[in-house]
Design a protein around this ligand. Structure first.
Ligand SMILES: [Zn+2]
Length: 361
């Protein structure tokens, strides 16, 4: 029952009853199981690091000494829980370093430090996870949020990969962690996987286009025009929706659309995109996350963003009245209502249902 006591403690940290139990999962060792229905957006876990390390430190002895000292300061129960964690690196560098390298999680994207989290380390991987982990520097804890409604008894999963890649690349990356991923996405029939790979590839292409959009040195690109930028962002949104993705890329797309709008001096659309980015960010990270707090300021005043430039004609964009929901979406993303009306209509309506989903929380 050692695992249960560990999760009880994590629950005590957030002052609420634990929403999960650490249990054996067939074929996967231990994992987290929802002990009750968990609605989308719920903070499932909020965990302090057992200790922090600098994975970039190349001197293994320095790292081992650091971990040994940190472990000595812990009580016996925590030391035992640490030693029970899986070690995919073997014993060449000693168990402490192997376990730490196998389980530590970075404290933010490209962060120089990583943390060891006893409960979060037990969450298994899925390429289509139902939960999202992120380091929240404001509360100095790792949080895990539900990306969709999770039923009691279901396994809670996160992605170990920072970016969703096509099947063969994912498998190769995950093999380094010594497992063959058999998640919903990886075990789908071949033709479904190929469809999914096509969409993942399309998302990568759009991301590249959006990256260029914000590159000052490439300002001659046609994508630099306002409607062109929003079309890129909408394209990414549509592909993600078709892929059934529900991860942090959704708030990311709205955030990008917000930046495109402020860059073009359109405070009206910028405010709407900031509101949507904020709502979607709160779902995956909570309203206390640094990104959510930052976005809340832009909802109040979009011109605070450093990319803001006054519009070329100095006029304010008027919020249109009396548009249907799908017409409003076309106006928002600067899509022409008269081009491919029928086909677009379906896509936009589908996008709307996702928006409503996001806005629920
Ligand atoms: Zn997978």
């Amino acid at each position: 029952m050692e695992e249960a006591s560990v999760s009880d403690e994590a629950a005590a940290q957030v002052g609420s009853e634990s929403l999960y139990a650490i249990q054996p999962i067939p074929g996967k060792g231990l994992g987290l199981i929802a002990t009750k229905d968990i609605p989308k957006g719920t903070r499932i876990l909020s965990e302090l690091p057992l200790f922090k390390v600098s994975p970039g430190e190349s001197n293994r002895q320095i790292l081992t000494d650091h971990i040994t000292k940190a472990l000595k300061d812990l009580d016996k129960e925590k030391q035992r829980a640490f030693l029970d964690l899986p070690n995919v690196y073997g014993l060449d560098d000693g168990p402490f370093l192997g376990i730490t390298r196998s389980n530590a999680m970075p404290l933010g994207p490209d962060a120089p430090q990583a943390g060891l989290f006893l409960d979060a380390a037990r969450i298994n991987h899925s390429c289509r996870p139902n939960a999202h982990k992120s380091w929240n520097a404001n509360i100095v804890r790792l949080t895990v949020h539900a990306l969709c409604d999770i039923k009691q008894g279901q396994e809670i999963t996160i992605s170990y990969l920072e970016i969703t890649k096509i099947y063969v690349v994912r498998q190769a990356l995950l093999k380094r962690l010594l497992f063959d991923c058999k998640c919903e996405l990886c075990s789908a029939p071949r033709h479904r996987r190929q469809q999914s790979d096509g969409r993942i590839h399309a998302v990568e292409m759009v991301e590249m286009g959006l990256h260029m959009y914000f590159s000052e040195s490439l300002s001659y690109l046609p994508a630099h025009d306002y409607a062109g930028g929003l079309t890129y962002a909408l394209g990414m949104f549509t592909e993600l929706k078709a892929e059934g993705a529900r991860d942090a890329r959704f708030p990311g797309v709205y955030h990008t659309a917000f930046k495109i709008s402020v860059k073009n001096g359109d405070k009206t659309r910028a405010k709407i995109f900031a509101e949507r980015a904020y709502a979607a960010r709160v779902v995956v990270e909570g309203d206390d996350s640094p990104l959510a707090v930052e976005l809340a300021q832009f909802v109040e005043e979009p011109t605070r963003h450093p990319l803001y430039r006054p519009s070329a004609d100095g006029k304010e964009v008027e919020l249109p009245r009396e548009l249907s929901a799908s017409q409003f979406e076309k106006w928002l993303w600067k899509q022409r209502p008269d081009v491919g009306e029928e086909e677009d209509e379906d896509e936009i309506e589908e996008s709307e249902s996702e928006d409503e989903d996001d806005d629920d929380l």
